[in-house]
Ligand binder design. Structure first.
Ligand code: SAM
Length: 289
């Protein structure tokens, strides 16, 4: 008599700090090699559908609400009247979904370099890709660096929803790119960027903050905590031509918007900028305004 043995399937994200995060999966839904990275979507046992680029977790259905609430609503409720928004990266569509909930936003341009990320998300993660056909969304498959260098458009808010500083995202972490960002922002403009981990990536976090310090009059950084990024506590950098994310935050705008959230609220908006002491010590020389 033959015994049937079930083999458990896992995806594993290995980190340079000598640990890995393993997720039990039911099945692989998408697996393609693009010009830029390997793109996959798996159906996990405990975190819903999961998008991975080169084996790194990008989004999961279970915790994507945290990242997408915090990248979008902190700048969009700091800016007094955001009409024209640019997203660099963001191929899963979650950031665009949150931006388009703001009635003041007339146009959101999303510049994602890898069409396979968009394809995988459209096919298998409707939770984040549900607004990719919104008439107010202008989706371009292009290098965000090239787009910014050549556009004459001006944006009220720019969101850099990119992968970490390697591969196609490398130039998104250098000063030439942020000079182009500065020149593409309106006079009240704000830029928020994926700001890495204060625990594991403080070097790249500080080098990004140093670039912002040299380019913008207001520089800050704020934190959120999710389930699937290494260490849990991750950051967004905030830079603007004048607006402060806390002093210029009018919490009544949240009430008037009638929007409901799963992670973001007025207290989280303010407290996200309260940094643990080790992180304050590390970043304080770059913060201003
Ligand atoms: N939330 C994720 C995180 O924090 O890592 C990022 C989400 S999204 C999937 C990141 C996207 O940035 C990827 O789809 C990647 O293809 C895109 N990207 C990387 N470099 C880019 C570039 N130079 N221009 C446009 N998109 C880029």
């Amino acid at each position: 008599m033959t015994e049937s043995t079930t083999v458990d399937l896992f995806v594993e994200e290995t980190h340079s700090s000598g640990f890995s995060m393993k997720y039990k999966i039911k099945t692989v839904l998408y697996s393609e090699q693009s010009k830029f990275q390997h793109v996959s979507v798996v159906d996990t046992v405990g975190h819903g559908k999961m998008l991975l680029n080169d084996g790194l977790v990008m989004v999961t259905e279970r915790d994507e609400f945290v990242y997408h609430d915090m990248i979008a609503h902190v700048p969009l409720f700091t800016h007094p009247n955001p009409k024209n928004v640019l997203i660099i990266g963001g191929g899963d569509g979650g950031t665009a979904r949150e931006v388009l909930r703001h009635k003041s936003v007339e146009t959101c341009t999303m510049v994602e370099i890898d069409e396979k990320v968009v394809e995988a998300s459209r096919l298998h993660i409707p939770q984040t890709s549900c607004e990719l056909d919104n008439p107010r969304l202008n989706l371009l498959i292009e290098d965000g660096v090239h787009f910014l260098k050549n556009t004459n458009e001006k944006f009220d808010v720019i969101l850099v929803d990119s992968t970490e500083p390697f591969g196609p995202a490398t130039p998104l972490f250098n000063i030439d790119f942020y000079r182009d960002v500065f020149n593409s922002l309106t006079e009240n403009g704000i830029v928020v960027s994926q700001g890495e981990s204060c625990f594991y990536e403080s070097e790249s976090q500080n080098s990004l903050l140093k670039i912002l310090h040299e380019t913008f009059p207001v520089v800050s950084v704020y934190n959120y905590s999710n389930l699937t990024y290494p260490g849990g506590l991750w950051s967004f950098t905030f830079a603007s031509k004048g607006l402060s994310p806390v002093k210029d935050f009018d919490e009544d705008r949240i009430l008037k918007s009638d929007l409901k959230f799963q992670y973001y609220n007025k207290d989280i908006h303010r407290s996200a900028f309260c940094l643990p002491q080790f992180m304050q010590n590390s970043v304080k020389e770059y913060l201003k305004g």
